[in-house]
Design a protein around this ligand. Structure first.
Ligand SMILES: CC(C)(COP(=O)(O)OP(=O)(O)OC[C@H]1O[C@@H](n2cnc3c(N)ncnc32)[C@H](O)[C@@H]1OP(=O)(O)O)[C@@H](O)C(=O)NCCC(=O)NCCS
Length: 158
């Protein structure tokens, strides 16, 4: 199995929405939200496609201004269930961070559910650290949101 990673286009929105609904059954982004994310001038989205089937098997997004330094935000990350646990999530995150540093942001933020151990592990291994909690942010279930941050690091200037 080989997978290719490329920058998303507006034409990917339908496939992204299908994967979104499969992975986030309770709080999936609508097709309109995905369209708006892809069209936003400060967005940078990557998609993963299986080289054999051409199926969309993952995507991730960054929001960071091209115009000035400052802050970037990881908007979302998703890898299809059959493709999880093979490093694809980390690959997506690396690609988003490279683009963030290329846009000269000083720090990148993200939010993750406190009960999402796999995602937290991916972010921690990439050097993100918890800086705050929003108690009970995710409903239903009253699950905390963990705010994580990674600052630009000298060896990652590219
Ligand atoms: C979070 C997500 C994007 C990670 O993608 P991924 O391709 O599985 O990520 P990776 O393979 O790079 O890393 C997953 C790690 O967790 C490990 N892992 C996989 N399944 C696991 C599980 N059920 N429990 C604990 N660890 C697990 C893997 O072995 C891997 O560890 P390693 O890097 O030491 O080998 C993916 O799990 C996903 O789409 N989840 C549903 C949507 C979601 O929660 N998105 C994040 C919102 S903030």
């Amino acid at each position: 199995m080989t997978v290719s990673m490329m920058q998303a286009t507006l034409g990917d929105a339908g496939d992204m929405h299908q994967l979104e609904v499969a992975l986030f059954p309770n709080d999936a982004w609508s097709r309109q939200t995905i369209d708006a994310e892809l069209a936003h001038p400060d967005s940078y989205y990557l998609v993963l496609r299986d080289d054999q089937s051409n199926d969309l098997v993952g995507f991730g997004g960054l929001r960071a201004s091209q115009a000035r330094g400052g802050q970037g935000d990881i908007q979302t990350m998703a890898v299809a269930r059959n493709y999880q646990g093979q490093g694809l999530g980390s690959l997506l995150l690396d690609g988003l961070m490279v683009e963030g540093w290329r846009r000269n942001v000083d720090e990148i933020f993200l939010e993750v559910r406190a009960d999402n151990e796999v995602a937290k592990g991916v972010y921690e291994r990439a050097g993100f650290r918890e800086i705050a909690r929003r108690p009970g942010y995710y409903q239903p279930g009253h699950i905390d949101a963990i705010v994580m941050q990674k600052t630009r690091d000298a060896k990652e200037h590219r």
